[in-house]
Design a protein around this ligand. Structure first.
Ligand code: HEC
Length: 312
């Protein structure tokens, strides 16, 4: 009897909160709807309109297509930058993307990592005019850039950037390659732990830049001033027009001058900008793993020795 009672008590404790929670959920129906509406507003679409048009209640999941997995030289535990690729990526960034996208956290002096000499970096920085000051009279003035300056931003503030781009602010590139990734879902993300897949950001950028070719499906409504791209993470279309076309940027090392190659190079460059010490991190990690293995073996031998004369 006592057993039965305590079993009932335990069951009550376990399931009581669940029952209460379910009851509350039922009572909060409208609140949930609100959340759905807010989410829909954030992604810029009207679920009610969708339902009315398509005749079913399913909201589409973005991106409509998953990025292709490319092979990057910096992938895996022994990853290395391809400096030629990073230099080409810098060229693509400065000639095709920097008119809209800033890279506020990256100093020009770090370009020596890409294999440029100090003089080359100085010459690169001097192409830009940056604002400095105030001088002795309290005035701001312009001077040629120096390696210690950050990459100059194309717009003075986000409002100006949005005004020039149909209301959408072009994202800052400093961390974008690590900030954006398409969720991989179960079970892929489990395998990713073993394959050490960490290139979702560059894969996404490449897919997005090369993903403008397709026609939008008829049932999708594309807002004026936006461009259909099934790889875009937040909706069916984005405010960025196709940013680059074949032969737009001249390569001197014989690499193909195609949108595909440009987007690979600029994605690799953005990965470097977001994580300049990626290669060092991986190399250190590998040494640490070797150390841990040796240390574990040593500890095991020590343990055997210490307990050798103790009878079990
Ligand atoms: C004419 C201005 C313009 C140019 C040039 C441009 N972009 Fe954009 N870009 C935008 C705008 C505006 C957005 C924001 C789009 C939105 O949120 O709807 C954007 C967004 C992006 C995004 C982020 C998408 C996301 O998930 O939020 C990436 C990545 C990107 N651009 C890469 C590039 C690359 C690489 C280049 C150079 C090859 C480039 N852009 C050139 C205007 C531009």
């Amino acid at each position: 009897m006592k057993r039965l009672l305590s079993a009932l008590l335990a069951a009550g404790l376990l399931f009581g909160p669940v029952a209460v929670a379910t009851a509350q959920d039922g009572g909060q129906g409208p609140v949930e709807n609100d959340a759905a509406e807010i989410e829909a507003a954030a992604t810029g679409e009207d679920p009610a309109a969708e339902v009315a048009e398509e005749g079913h209640a399913e909201t589409p999941h973005y991106p409509l297509k998953r990025p292709e997995e490319l092979s990057w030289t910096f992938a895996g535990p022994f990853g290395r930058w391809d400096l030629g690729q990073l230099q080409r990526g810098l060229k693509v960034y400065t000639e095709a993307c920097a008119v809209c996208h800033s890279m506020n956290l990256v100093s020009m002096r770090s370009l020596t990592d890409l294999g440029y000499s100090e003089e080359q970096v100085q010459a690169f920085a001097a192409q830009y005019q940056v604002q400095d000051g105030p001088d002795d009279t309290g005035e701001m003035f312009e001077r040629p850039g120096t390696p210690s300056d950050r990459f100059p931003a194309p717009f003075p503030n986000p409002e100006a950037a949005a005004a020039a781009n149909n209301g959408a602010v072009p994202a800052d590139f400093s961390l974008l390659a690590k900030a954006r990734a398409v969720e991989r879902g179960f079970p892929t993300f489990v395998f990713d732990i073993f394959t050490q897949y960490q290139e979702a950001g560059p894969d996404y950028i490449h897919a997005l830049i090369t993903g403008y070719d397709e026609e939008a499906p008829a049932e999708l409504e594309i807002q004026p001033g936006t461009y259909y791209n099934p790889y875009f993470i937040a909706g069916p279309a984005l405010a960025m027009p196709p940013p680059i076309s074949d032969d737009q940027v001249e390569y001197t090392d014989g690499a193909p001058q195609t949108v595909d190659q440009y987007s690979r190079d600029v994605a690799a460059f953005m990965m470097w900008a977001a994580e300049p010490h990626l290669v060092e991190r991986k190399a250190t990690g590998f040494v640490v793993m070797i150390f841990l293995v040796i240390f574990a073996v040593m500890m095991f031998l020590v343990k055997r020795r210490v307990w050798a004369n103790t009878p079990h």
